[in-house]
Design a binder for this molecule. Structure first.
Ligand code: SF4
Ligand code: SF4
Length: 377
């Protein structure tokens, strides 16, 4: 196992994310405890010392089952991370109750790492609102030793991350973002990583395989990669990409069975960062994957002044692209919750005034209507 230095600690470069644990009868909330126990045992034996859970994973059962599996080991032999569930605004005034319950669920006296979960458009105002005092409460837990290291995770835009960092950046010790070779440009991950570097905040990675999208590529792309490294399997390329980014410290992978865990551990036995040609090839592959399924909006904004509904068309198309490419997911619905109702895609009246001026000839009205359909599905 490769280890990374974080302050005075050695963290395994691969962390076990407990959001997709094996389940029984296909029920998300019914975790297979025996299999999870075997996975944690294997992970511990093979050097993984970082374990990540959250209030909402497996409808609250992840904290309990992971805590139980880890209770077989000395407390100082692993690092446990948990998160404040601010992705649900109704939790904002319950920081103390939730934190106490999390310690109980996990069966621990302290968390090594604790995060503001998913800083994004929908919750940034509440996270910064002194009325709720989340930051102040968490800082008090840190002072009393019940949180050792405080950080945040973010699915929000670059602008949202910047706002959060301007407020709390000095106290944030780490940040978890969605980072992989596909999102390097598609979701501005490169810019976000640069922003964190300005604050000297190391990066924790989530979704290294983009929900499995990077675990298998087209035959043509696979062949291109095999020509560069005959012995590297397709999923390993995603990890080699991350090994090429110096600020990446822990890479979290939500593993659902022993085989995935074994494969990932094998990849993290060696550090084989990409050379320039390999990096560029991955970027070309990512570009090709994205271009195949998204609308080519360049953000020129010629259309916006022609919209009688004053919709922010390029922003909505960017969300549409994300939603279509991901084949659903929570990001677009989450961002749209922060957009006023009269500016959402269903406010489009289909007049097509925008299309007359779009240099990319995008069928914007069709896209808005398809977006609505997908959001309601
Ligand atoms: S078709 Fe929709 S997005 Fe385009 S100008 Fe008309 S209302 Fe605006
Ligand atoms: S005019 Fe076309 S390319 Fe330009 S921002 Fe509008 S939709 Fe995008």
């Amino acid at each position: 196992m490769i280890y990374k230095t974080f302050q005075d600690m050695r963290l395994s470069a691969l962390g076990l994310g407990a959001m997709r644990l094996p389940v029984t009868d296909g029920e998300y909330a019914v975790i297979d405890e025996a299999e999870t126990g075997r996975m944690v045992a294997y992970a511990m034996e093979h050097g993984i010392n970082y374990y990540d859970t959250a209030w909402g994973y497996h409808d609250g059962c992840s904290e309990v089952v992971l805590g139980k599996a880890l209770s077989r080991y000395p407390r100082e032999s692993f690092f446990l991370a948990d998160k404040f569930p601010g992705y649900d605004l109704s939790n904002m005034d319950k920081a103390e109750m939730i934190f106490e319950e999390q310690l109980k669920r996990c069966g621990v006296e302290y968390f090594d790492f604790y995060l503001f979960h998913n800083v994004c458009e929908m919750n940034i105002d509440a996270y910064l609102d002194k009325k709720y005092g989340i930051f102040e409460y968490l800082m008090r837990q840190k002072q009393s030793g019940r949180i050792h290291h405080l950080g945040f995770s973010a699915h929000g835009s670059y602008g949202v991350m910047k706002r959060f960092l301007e407020a709390y950046g000095e106290q944030m010790e780490f940040c978890q973002i969605q980072l992989n070779y596909l999102d390097w440009s598609f979701q501005d991950a490169e810019k976000k990583a640069e922003l964190l570097e300005e604050y000297q905040i190391p990066v924790w990675v989530m979704e290294p395989l983009r929900g499995g999208k990077l675990a298998a590529l087209s035959r043509e792309d696979t062949k291109r990669l095999k020509q560069l490294r005959a012995d590297e399997e397709t999923p390993a390329w995603a990890f080699r990409f991350l090994q090429s980014i110096p600020s990446v410290t822990v890479t979290l992978s939500g593993m659902s069975n022993l085989k995935q865990l074994q494969d990932n551990i094998r990849t993290f036995e060696t550090e084989r960062p990409l050379d320039r040609q390999e990096f560029d090839t991955l970027m070309e592959i990512a570009d090709g994957m994205v271009k195949k399924s998204i609308l080519p909006c360049t953000g020129c904004r010629y259309c916006t002044s022609h919209c009688p509904q004053q919709l922010d068309i390029p922003s909505l198309l960017s969300l549409y692209n994300e939603h279509r490419f991901t084949e659903g997911g929570f990001i677009a619905p989450m961002v749209l919750m922060a957009v006023s109702e009269e500016k959402r895609p269903d406010a489009c009246i289909g007049c097509r005034s925008c299309e007359a001026v779009c240099p990319q000839q995008i069928k914007i009205s069709e896209a808005m209507s398809d977006f609505n359909r997908r959001l309601r599905a």
